[in-house]
Design a protein around this ligand. Structure first.
Ligand code: BG6
Length: 478
């Protein structure tokens, strides 16, 4: 469905995120006919550039980051002609009057803050003082949204001075991923799962977000953050919320966000022995973590595994195991809901006891599979075997499913449409930090050090033991 014409200003318009994600995503939506020809995208940054130079910059970004995407040359030229550039000083006066002249009255106006959080407040203030903010104005902010509760609160306050909560779109790009949204469809669009979705039937839930990349030239940022701040506080927390929340009454922003907030608030503090932190080692010609970040003494974690408990009626007796890390064996993100064993086996001991596992594959190879126990074929008696009922979305839905849009395409269009369902509310972000802070503070007090793990592995041995001690095991990272 096409959106109305809009003006979108990308602060940090020459930055890495703009180049890799925002501008290519806008181009793809343009080619899909979702954004109209009259829409205007204005890059704003510190560099000296004119409109033509900016168009050239964007054309290069599109060539580099849209490599599998086929487009017509005419589309590219039309898209480029909708772009312009303003040199701006986020902390001074330069460029602001020029930017104001580019706005079209009566249109939806969105300002994407693709800049460090220290500029959120100053940008919000200048938009206001230069008369560019009205009731229909939206601002989009990226992570990291602070580095602890105090800084997140300060950011929320500085935005709230000039914009109301329903104008602020805090991005967690995991919420824009197709399969993450599918998680809600699976849970709340089927009768099959929800009645079993509780401690009575679910033994435990595993969430794995494994990456093969290292810190990718972002060593300075990453070393100040670590896996806990970079991934757990936001992406994994969002996945946990969607898998554990109560059914919202409607698929609407506050219904969904209220339920997510309740999950975060129900999280128990985590015991130190329920956390494993790791750091990847060098392998072959690939550097180890310490070399990648240029600090031989760094104690920041590039891997974390943890066991969590939720103190609520639904989940009190079901542990949640989370793990995420860089330089692991495969790029693979999945959520496995591991059901309990049947209460009694009518078959003899040889048949063994079996359990169903619902595995939601977020990426790659998006789909779900459900392990079901059946009789092993053949005359050899009643032997049981687990087989997956596999639904790979591209197979089930055909080529349409291969056109999965990038998270940013979906999220930017939601901003233009004014739909906040897939964005984080201020109180959610603060609650997530309130839970994260004591864990990090405890590491600092105890001088906790991550354990080394082999690059290309499933993480440190200790993380396997975390499950093993409970008589459970992680699914393989494949
Ligand atoms: C980002 C993190 O938010 O998410 C990165 O800062 C991480 O460190 C990335 O690599 C993972 O996103 P995706 O979409 O590749 O799973």
């Amino acid at each position: 469905i096409p959106v109305d014409p809009f003006d979108l200003v990308v602060f940090g318009g020459t930055g890495d995120l703009a180049r890799r994600k925002i501008l290519p995503a806008l181009f793809r939506r343009f080619c899909a006919g979702q954004t109209p020809q009259e829409a205007r995208v204005i890059g704003a940054a510190r560099s000296d550039m004119d409109d033509d130079q900016y168009r050239h910059f964007v054309a290069e970004a599109i060539a580099e980051f849209n490599d599998h995407f086929h487009h017509e040359e005419d589309d590219l030229q039309d898209f480029l002609s909708s772009l312009s550039y303003v040199k701006i000083d986020a902390l001074g006066d330069e460029g602001w009057s020029e930017l104001a002249t580019k706005m079209h009255p009566g249109r939806v106006r969105a300002f994407y803050f693709s800049v460090g959080p220290s500029l959120f407040g100053p940008l919000a203030e200048r938009l206001h003082s230069h008369g560019m903010a009205d009731q229909d104005t939206r601002i989009v902010v990226e992570k990291p949204f602070g580095r602890d509760l105090e800084t997140a609160r300060a950011l929320n306050r500085s935005l709230a001075d000039h914009f109301s909560e329903d104008q602020i779109y805090r991005i967690d790009h995991y919420l824009g991923k197709e399969t993450v949204q599918n998680l809600m469809a699976i849970r709340f669009g089927n009768m099959l799962f929800e009645p079993l979705w509780n401690s009575q039937y679910v033994d435990h839930i595993q969430i794995t977000v494994a990456e093969t990349v290292g810190v990718q030239g972002r060593g300075e940022y990453y070393d100040r953050s670590g896996a806990m701040r970079d991934m757990v506080q936001n992406h994994l927390m969002q996945l946990l919320c969607l898998i554990a929340m109560e059914p919202p009454s409607k698929f609407e922003p506050d219904s969904v966000r209220d339920e997510k907030l309740k999950v975060i608030r129900a999280l128990d503090p985590v015991e130190p022995e329920d956390i494993v932190r790791g750091q990847y080692l060098a392998k072959d010609d690939r550097a180890g973590y310490l070399e990648d970040v240029g600090d031989p003494h760094s104690t920041t974690e590039s891997f974390i595994a943890m066991k969590l408990h939720l103190s609520n009626w639904r989940w009190a007796a079901t542990p949640f195991y989370l793990r995420t890390g860089k330089r692991m064996r495969a790029r693979s993100s999945e959520i496995a809901v591991v059901f309990k064993e049947t209460p009694h086996s009518i078959f003899d001991d040889e048949a063994g006891r079996h359990r169903n596992i619902l595995n939601i594959r977020l990426q790659p190879n998006e789909g779900i599979d459900l392990d079901v126990t059946i009789k092993e074929p053949g005359p050899g008696g009643m032997r049981l075997v687990d087989v997956p009922l596999d639904m790979t979305f591209t197979e089930a839905l055909g080529p349409e499913a291969e056109n999965v849009s990038d998270a940013y395409e979906r999220l930017i269009m939601d901003v233009i449409r004014g739909n906040q369902t897939l964005f984080m509310r201020g109180d959610e972000v603060e609650a997530a930090w309130a839970w994260t802070d004591p864990i990090i503070a405890d590491w600092e007090t105890r001088g906790s050090k991550p354990v080394p793990y082999e690059s290309g592995s499933s993480g440190p041995e200790e993380s396997l033991m975390l499950m093993h001690h409970d008589g459970r095991r992680w699914r393989e990272v494949r």
